[in-house]
Design a protein around this ligand. Structure first.
Ligand code: BMA
Length: 332
């Protein structure tokens, strides 16, 4: 059963990385054949390179990569690519300019990058007496400015919307605890200036019970929401607690265009989960964790970048039509 052909709004990316869906596949998302695209030792000191954020930049792409070092410290490293598949990740982490109280580094991980107005904004999980949402910007991925942390600790997974909504900057986030957080729902907050955040709204939560157990422990926003003709398409992660620990999979939802805390559609089934060896085995087994999506408005194609088992970076593909059909066919 096919539904209406939906459209992605926004820019065209002519050189979006892409492979067609394998013949006979019934999955809404399929992996790049050359996965993982970034190995754990991509920089001279890295132990692992995973939950990472990429955007179109110049003739190619740029991004910030979560590299855990061989001291097993967590930081963000800039990287550049011509094709979105082969990446040159710089050997040194970003250095932020800004108020020393805020730039004082405890740890940084799980970046998202969002082009908005004239610059690339960066959000990440920032250590400041516990995890909170760090916020900064760059124009060139060479110099970086840090702003105030968006929220009080504790929070992970802060994701900006790529345009202002009713005149306000808008962000999804997932309040947490200081540990590995056995709970977690997604909230929406707005700000007039990217410093003061408020009007917090509940968006959606973990699904308790058996109906959609892959997202029964916690959920968190993934890539920057994708603007479509029907609302905001959100790819997110969902977690179940098993006897061997957490398992991280991906799902998707459609948020209202004007009031994005209202969920219009949400998939009951996950769209991608740990299946391949590099997703199943690594420093943290059974994790597929999306942090970025490149989209092409001309074709409706979507390329998802995701961390695999907290060790390497994978690439997967889908289209707006695939995800909309899946949500409408298998609604929560
Ligand atoms: C979360 C974050 C992610 C990580 C996941 C699985 O709390 O630390 O970066 O991928 O756990 O370990």
């Amino acid at each position: 059963m096919q539904f209406l052909l939906n459209k992605i709004k926004g820019t065209k990316i002519k050189n979006l990385p892409w492979q067609p869906k394998p013949e006979g596949s019934t999955a809404p998302v399929w992996r790049y054949g050359g996965n993982p695209i970034i190995r754990c030792d991509a920089t001279p000191t890295s132990n692992s390179v995973f939950n990472s954020a990429v955007v179109p930049f110049g003739d190619g792409f740029a991004g910030l990569f979560r590299c855990d070092s061989r001291a097993v410290s967590m930081d963000l490293y800039p990287g550049f690519s011509r094709d979105g598949i082969h990446w040159d990740i710089r050997p040194d982490p970003v250095r932020f300019e800004g108020d020393p109280e805020v730039t004082r580094r405890e740890y940084r991980y799980d970046p998202r990058v969002c082009f908005l107005g004239d610059r690339y904004y960066i959000t990440w999980c920032n250590g400041y007496h516990g995890p909170t949402i760090g916020l900064g910007y760059t124009f060139d991925f060479k110099t970086f400015n840090q702003m105030e942390n968006a929220f009080l600790p504790y929070n992970r997974n802060g994701v900006l919307f790529p345009k202002k909504i009713h005149g306000y900057y808008a962000m999804l986030s997932r309040p947490s605890d200081t540990g590995h957080t056995p709970f977690g729902d997604i909230f929406y907050s707005v700000s007039p200036d990217l410093t003061f955040w408020g009007k917090h709204r509940f968006v959606m939560g973990a699904v308790h019970g058996d109906r959609s157990a892959w997202q029964s422990t916690k959920i968190g926003p993934g890539p920057v929401p994708i603007e479509t003709d029907e609302g905001w398409l959100l790819i997110y992660h969902g977690v179940i607690t098993t006897c061997n620990g957490f398992v991280y999979r991906m799902g998707c939802a459609l948020l209202d265009a004007d009031e994005p805390w209202k969920v219009r559609l949400r998939s009951r089934f996950y769209i991608l989960g740990p299946r391949e060896e590099y997703e199943r085995a690594g420093d943290v087994p059974n994790v597929t964790f999306p942090c970025a999506a490149l989209t092409d408005s001309a074709t409706g194609r979507i390329a998802i970048y995701y961390g695999c088992a907290d060790t390497v970076t994978g690439l997967a593909f889908t289209t707006i039509g695939e995800l909309m059909n899946y949500m409408k066919r298998y609604p929560l």
